[in-house]
Design a protein around this ligand. Structure first.
Ligand SMILES: [Zn+2]
Ligand SMILES: [Zn+2]
Length: 144
Protein backbone atom coordinates (compact mmCIF):
# COMPACT_ATOMS: atom_id res chain seq x y z
CA UNK A 1 0.00 0.00 0.00
CA UNK A 2 1.12 3.54 -0.76
CA UNK A 3 0.06 6.57 1.23
CA UNK A 4 0.06 10.27 0.52
CA UNK A 5 -0.80 13.52 2.25
CA UNK A 6 -0.89 17.26 1.80
CA UNK A 7 1.53 19.73 3.38
CA UNK A 8 -0.46 20.04 6.64
CA UNK A 9 -1.37 16.31 6.66
CA UNK A 10 -5.12 17.03 7.00
CA UNK A 11 -5.87 15.52 3.59
CA UNK A 12 -4.68 11.92 3.41
CA UNK A 13 -5.19 9.11 0.94
CA UNK A 14 -3.91 5.65 0.17
CA UNK A 15 -3.36 3.58 -2.95
CA UNK A 16 -3.61 -0.18 -3.08
CA UNK A 17 -1.02 -0.14 -5.87
CA UNK A 18 2.49 1.25 -6.18
CA UNK A 19 2.61 3.47 -9.26
CA UNK A 20 5.65 2.68 -11.42
CA UNK A 21 5.31 5.30 -14.12
CA UNK A 22 4.68 9.04 -14.18
CA UNK A 23 4.70 11.90 -16.66
CA UNK A 24 5.79 15.52 -16.69
CA UNK A 25 3.79 18.42 -18.11
CA UNK A 26 5.49 21.72 -18.83
CA UNK A 27 2.39 23.74 -19.87
CA UNK A 28 1.74 27.21 -18.42
CA UNK A 29 -1.17 25.95 -16.31
CA UNK A 30 0.94 23.23 -14.70
CA UNK A 31 3.66 25.78 -13.97
CA UNK A 32 1.20 28.00 -12.12
CA UNK A 33 -0.36 25.06 -10.33
CA UNK A 34 2.94 23.78 -9.02
CA UNK A 35 4.94 26.99 -8.71
CA UNK A 36 7.84 25.33 -10.52
CA UNK A 37 8.71 24.35 -14.09
CA UNK A 38 6.49 21.32 -14.56
CA UNK A 39 3.99 18.97 -13.04
CA UNK A 40 4.94 15.43 -12.02
CA UNK A 41 1.91 13.20 -11.90
CA UNK A 42 0.47 9.78 -12.48
CA UNK A 43 -2.95 8.17 -12.73
CA UNK A 44 -4.38 5.28 -10.77
CA UNK A 45 -7.57 3.34 -11.23
CA UNK A 46 -10.28 4.75 -8.94
CA UNK A 47 -10.77 1.32 -7.38
CA UNK A 48 -7.14 1.46 -6.18
CA UNK A 49 -7.61 4.89 -4.56
CA UNK A 50 -9.09 5.71 -1.15
CA UNK A 51 -9.48 8.95 0.81
CA UNK A 52 -8.36 8.44 4.42
CA UNK A 53 -8.97 11.90 5.86
CA UNK A 54 -9.76 15.51 5.10
CA UNK A 55 -11.98 15.14 2.06
CA UNK A 56 -14.23 17.92 3.43
CA UNK A 57 -11.24 20.30 3.34
CA UNK A 58 -10.75 19.97 -0.42
CA UNK A 59 -11.55 23.00 -2.54
CA UNK A 60 -11.76 22.78 -6.30
CA UNK A 61 -10.89 25.33 -8.98
CA UNK A 62 -11.91 24.45 -12.52
CA UNK A 63 -11.03 26.49 -15.59
CA UNK A 64 -13.73 26.64 -18.30
CA UNK A 65 -11.37 24.58 -20.51
CA UNK A 66 -11.59 21.81 -17.92
CA UNK A 67 -8.19 22.20 -16.27
CA UNK A 68 -8.76 21.46 -12.62
CA UNK A 69 -6.85 22.08 -9.42
CA UNK A 70 -8.15 20.50 -6.21
CA UNK A 71 -6.35 21.74 -3.13
CA UNK A 72 -6.33 21.56 0.64
CA UNK A 73 -8.14 24.61 2.07
CA UNK A 74 -5.80 24.65 5.07
CA UNK A 75 -2.37 24.50 3.43
CA UNK A 76 -2.98 24.99 -0.30
CA UNK A 77 -1.34 21.76 -1.46
CA UNK A 78 -2.64 20.41 -4.73
CA UNK A 79 -4.33 17.08 -3.97
CA UNK A 80 -5.56 14.20 -6.15
CA UNK A 81 -8.65 14.76 -8.27
CA UNK A 82 -10.95 12.39 -10.12
CA UNK A 83 -10.53 12.63 -13.89
CA UNK A 84 -13.74 13.73 -15.55
CA UNK A 85 -15.93 10.93 -16.83
CA UNK A 86 -13.25 8.33 -16.28
CA UNK A 87 -12.54 5.68 -13.67
CA UNK A 88 -9.12 7.22 -12.95
CA UNK A 89 -7.71 9.54 -10.30
CA UNK A 90 -4.94 12.03 -11.02
CA UNK A 91 -2.15 11.89 -8.44
CA UNK A 92 0.44 14.64 -7.89
CA UNK A 93 3.65 12.72 -7.23
CA UNK A 94 5.06 14.93 -4.50
CA UNK A 95 2.27 13.97 -2.11
CA UNK A 96 3.32 10.33 -1.95
CA UNK A 97 5.07 9.39 1.31
CA UNK A 98 7.18 6.49 0.07
CA UNK A 99 10.22 6.84 -2.15
CA UNK A 100 8.96 4.61 -4.94
CA UNK A 101 11.05 3.40 -7.84
CA UNK A 102 9.42 5.16 -10.77
CA UNK A 103 10.15 5.92 -14.39
CA UNK A 104 9.14 8.99 -16.41
CA UNK A 105 7.26 7.93 -19.54
CA UNK A 106 7.17 11.29 -21.24
CA UNK A 107 7.38 15.06 -21.14
CA UNK A 108 4.33 16.90 -22.48
CA UNK A 109 4.00 20.48 -23.74
CA UNK A 110 7.77 20.84 -24.05
CA UNK A 111 7.24 23.76 -26.48
CA UNK A 112 5.70 25.70 -23.58
CA UNK A 113 8.61 25.05 -21.20
CA UNK A 114 10.61 27.96 -19.86
CA UNK A 115 14.23 28.05 -21.05
CA UNK A 116 15.46 27.37 -17.49
CA UNK A 117 13.43 24.17 -17.39
CA UNK A 118 15.70 21.70 -19.17
CA UNK A 119 14.97 18.30 -17.61
CA UNK A 120 13.52 15.81 -20.10
CA UNK A 121 12.89 12.09 -20.20
CA UNK A 122 13.69 10.03 -23.25
CA UNK A 123 10.35 10.95 -24.86
CA UNK A 124 9.26 14.54 -25.46
CA UNK A 125 5.83 15.59 -26.72
CA UNK A 126 5.38 19.06 -28.15
CA UNK A 127 1.68 19.26 -27.44
CA UNK A 128 -0.63 18.45 -24.57
CA UNK A 129 -1.75 14.95 -23.66
CA UNK A 130 -3.79 14.26 -26.77
CA UNK A 131 -6.15 11.76 -25.20
CA UNK A 132 -6.72 9.87 -22.00
CA UNK A 133 -6.22 6.58 -23.86
CA UNK A 134 -2.78 7.74 -25.01
CA UNK A 135 -1.73 8.66 -21.47
CA UNK A 136 -3.12 5.42 -20.04
CA UNK A 137 -1.10 3.48 -22.58
CA UNK A 138 2.07 5.39 -21.68
CA UNK A 139 1.47 4.74 -17.99
CA UNK A 140 0.82 1.05 -18.72
CA UNK A 141 -2.74 1.31 -17.43
CA UNK A 142 -5.32 -0.60 -19.40
CA UNK A 143 -8.68 1.07 -19.90
CA UNK A 144 -11.49 -1.13 -18.61
ZN1 LIG B 1 -3.30 20.51 3.92
ZN1 LIG C 1 0.09 20.81 -18.07
Amino acid sequence: MTTGQCLCAAVRFSLSVEPRFFYRCHCSLCRKQTGVGFNLATLVNARDFRWDAGQDLINSWVKPSGYRNDFCAQCGSTVPNPLRESPYVWIPLGLLDEDLSMECVGDFCVDDAMSWDTQRSTRSYHGAVESLAFLLQKLRLNPD
